[in-house]
Design a protein around this ligand. Structure first.
Ligand SMILES: [Zn+2]
Ligand SMILES: [Zn+2]
Length: 94
């Protein structure tokens, strides 16, 4: 699926130790590779993304590497198997 990498989200915080942990806590998944297609780096951060298209403007978290996370504003093609976890703490770790 295609997602859009969001820019300037480092000030957005939650109660988990990191956004990567936030993703792990709610996804019931573990990944050994960055979920961006073709990338084999170890996922070290929880990246904020939006679905492409205007129907759903919510922010979600996916486990990706620093390099992919640094591609601000770009569209990324990620594996369909990954669970998108809401970055809205009212729905998750409130
Ligand atoms: Zn959290
Ligand atoms: Zn990557």
């Amino acid at each position: 699926m295609k997602v859009r990498n969001l820019n300037g989200t480092s000030s957005n915080r939650c109660k988990c130790n990191s956004w990567l942990e936030h993703w792990e806590n709610f996804s019931n998944q573990t990944v050994k590779q960055c979920v961006v297609n073709g990338c084999i780096n170890i996922p070290t951060v929880g990246g904020h993304i939006q679905k492409t298209g205007l129907a759903d403007q919510s922010w979600y978290i996916i486990p990706i590497c620093k390099s992919c996370n640094g591609k601000y504003g770009e569209e990324l093609e990620v594996t369909d198997k990954v669970n998108l976890i809401s970055a809205n703490v009212n729905y998750t770790c409130k």
